[in-house]
Design a protein around this ligand. Sequence first.
Ligand SMILES: Nc1ncnc2c1ncn2[C@@H]1O[C@H](COP(=O)(O)OP(=O)(O)OP(=O)(O)O)[C@@H](O)[C@H]1O
Length: 316
Amino acid sequence: MTAATEVPDLADLERRAAERAAARAGGHDRLSGHIVCDGLVRIFKTDGVEVVALQGLDLVVDRGELLAIVGASGSGKSTMLNILSGLDVPTAGLARVAGYDLLGLSAKRRLAYRRHTVGFVWQQTGRNLLPYLTARENVELPLRLARRRRNRARAEELLELVGVAHCADRRPGQMSGGEQQRCAVAVAVANDPEVLFADEPTGELDEATAAEVFGALRTINAELGVTIVVVTHDHQVSSQVRRTIAIRDGRTASEVRRSARVAEDGSHELVTEEYAVLDRSGRMQLPVPFVDALSLRDRVRLNLEPDHIEVRSGNS
Ligand SMILES: Nc1ncnc2c1ncn2[C@@H]1O[C@H](COP(=O)(O)OP(=O)(O)OP(=O)(O)O)[C@@H](O)[C@H]1O
């Protein structure tokens, strides 16, 4: 008689698969974010030519964070946002938002994800609001489609929250660009999404108006607890949020964090710290100003010191 081979149950298999995925991503902590991209790759093929738009992008955003992503034109920002918003599928890697694995979604789950889990604000106001509806009606529309109650009251609450209650009866053409974008924020969060993605929401606005739109995003983040990712090529944005991630050549390159600190005289000061991002293979990109300042080229000399690593020009 042969001994029966032990068959692992489904829960056990799932647990082991999760452990393996976590180990691949560098440990459990790295997979615990509300938004996780790990080794994200997107290759476009046109006329036999391959363009690698994302080449192993890593990103972890915690629940309730308000994060800005900056990068030069062509760095891969829109490609990443299209994947995270469920419009595009990556070639390889892991992309997960609010528990949805975006690589393996059926068409039905993808639609549910786009309808209920995420909200969007686009740069072009025409893509956010219907021109023949008033601000209130624009916010009411997604509520009505989702068959919610108290639509009018909820729409008015949201318009108030983003500071455009005075525009409730105006159509987009009767509102300024900043007012339209703040109204778009109210529309985007009408159905209580867990995550809000904004693609260049202040791209067509002047600095003061852009700050008002960021004010609205901060309020929504704080009052409704929505996780918000804002993509922009405006580096000034880091003064508006706590964490800014810079993307270069389809990879996460550096990160700027702002935090409040109590100074020696008891006053509060804002401290800005810049970090380079180290991927799990140990790769990092030196910031361009550092490379330029020392005219670093081709190769550099590294020395391991007890508490830091020294990088020197390889030509001296
Ligand atoms: N559908 C596509 N087909 C072929 N190549 C594409 C496609 N979409 C993007 N790319 C290429 O991928 C790279 C990244 O483009 P992407 O639009 O993500 O950059 P971006 O940082 O959003 O730029 P911008 O700030 O100008 O919008 C670029 O080289 C771009 O030409």
